[in-house]
Ligand binder design. Sequence first.
Ligand SMILES: NC(=O)c1ccc[n+]([C@@H]2O[C@H](COP(=O)([O-])OP(=O)(O)OC[C@H]3O[C@@H](n4cnc5c(N)ncnc54)[C@H](O)[C@@H]3O)[C@@H](O)[C@H]2O)c1
Length: 265
Amino acid sequence: MTELQGARALVTGGGSGIGRATCRALARRGVAVAVLDLEDDRAEEVATEVGGLALCADVTDVGALATAVEQAARRLGGLSILVANAGWSTMEGLAHWSPEQWDEILRINLTGVWNTIRAGIGHLLAGGGGAIVNTASISGTRPSAGETPYAAAKAGVVALTASAALEYGPTVRVNAVAPGMIRTGLTSVLLEGIEDIVGHYQRITPMARVGEPEDVADVIVFLCSEQARFITGQTLVVDGGMTLHGAGVDGLFDRFFRGQDRPGP
Ligand SMILES: NC(=O)c1ccc[n+]([C@@H]2O[C@H](COP(=O)([O-])OP(=O)(O)OC[C@H]3O[C@@H](n4cnc5c(N)ncnc54)[C@H](O)[C@@H]3O)[C@@H](O)[C@H]2O)c1
């Protein structure tokens, strides 16, 4: 993917997890990276590591985000890649979320993506084109209980991605990734706090493990690259096959051959 050499990227939520891995993966391919995060020390640390620019802003704050994006474009000499990745949630029963919490989850995970694209798209168009990758989630494509605002926001990201792709093609491609269970700051409380949860995910995931941030970052880089030149408006699920379960006859193969030698490879 050496054709990314010379590209200029802004990554939101770049200070940790999937965003940090994306900053590293882009920088390794010669991309100049602006690392934007709510936490300035995280942004600084990653920017120092990848030789990029640290920006501290909240993606829900339209004014601060616009200022940061302008700064990125000025310092990097334009922008050709936007990775709208910042996100966060917790879990709660549908009727127990307060209206304030509901709004906050929507604002960070959905409106924050819109804010990022709105602030950055002019620079991509002015530079002759580029690529946008948004971080959705399997919660937006195959939601679970306890995550209504997050699931709704991430489903919104899937739809926003397709709609934006229609508006900005052929100049700018717009895609999304939908990660499964990835080991990051967001999920550490679950993966480290719930007994045998890692074993559970290993058992239900065809790739037999929890994902690492790099598993998603490499797909984001692919979607930014020339190799993905005919892909736009898509949401690529990166979950090791975890959400393949749940088909009408799921498990039938195993049950059919129970007690017998199951046909091997
Ligand atoms: N980890 C998973 O299993 C998983 C699965 C599906 C989707 N995702 C999505 O991946 C994205 C990245 O999350 P992660 O898992 O790497 O988590 P993470 O907590 O490791 O990293 C998220 C980063 O975003 C920053 N951030 C949060 N709110 C922000 C805001 N309002 N403005 C600017 N920065 C903000 C945080 O400070 C943090 O550095 C999120 O959109 C998340 O919803 C993660």
